[in-house]
Design a binder for this molecule. Sequence first.
Ligand code: 5GP
Length: 120
Amino acid sequence: MAYDNDNIFAKILRGEIPCNKVYEDEFALAFRDIAPQAKVHTLVIPKGAYVSFDDFSTQASDAEIIGFVRAVQKTAALEGVVESGYRLLANHGVDGGQEVPHFHVHIAGGERLGALFSRR
Ligand code: 5GP
């Protein structure tokens, strides 16, 4: 899947759409989810143009991957959920329910989260 430069997170990265920023460095931008599913629900995205986790993990440089992982940790720390705990989630593709085609990790916490998967 080719990267869509007009996806909503690309527009946030370019500053064309505002976001509630939590953290930013040369590798990543973290901001609050517009429709939070937990008391803390923050998204971390790489600065590079990667569609999904699959794209990022196979195409990004080692420095980008390390920088991104460190940014996820810094964001969790800034959100105050390291001690209490949090969930990391990255949806990939159709079955994963990925809505925005720019790789992102969800940090969810600030309260006890329910089961990861609903029982069918
Ligand atoms: P996905 O389903 O792709 O893993 O998650 C996309 C997330 O992006 C959703 O949780 C959704 O609420 C969030 N989102 C979509 N559009 C915007 C936006 O314009 N701003 C922010 N801050 N979050 C958004």
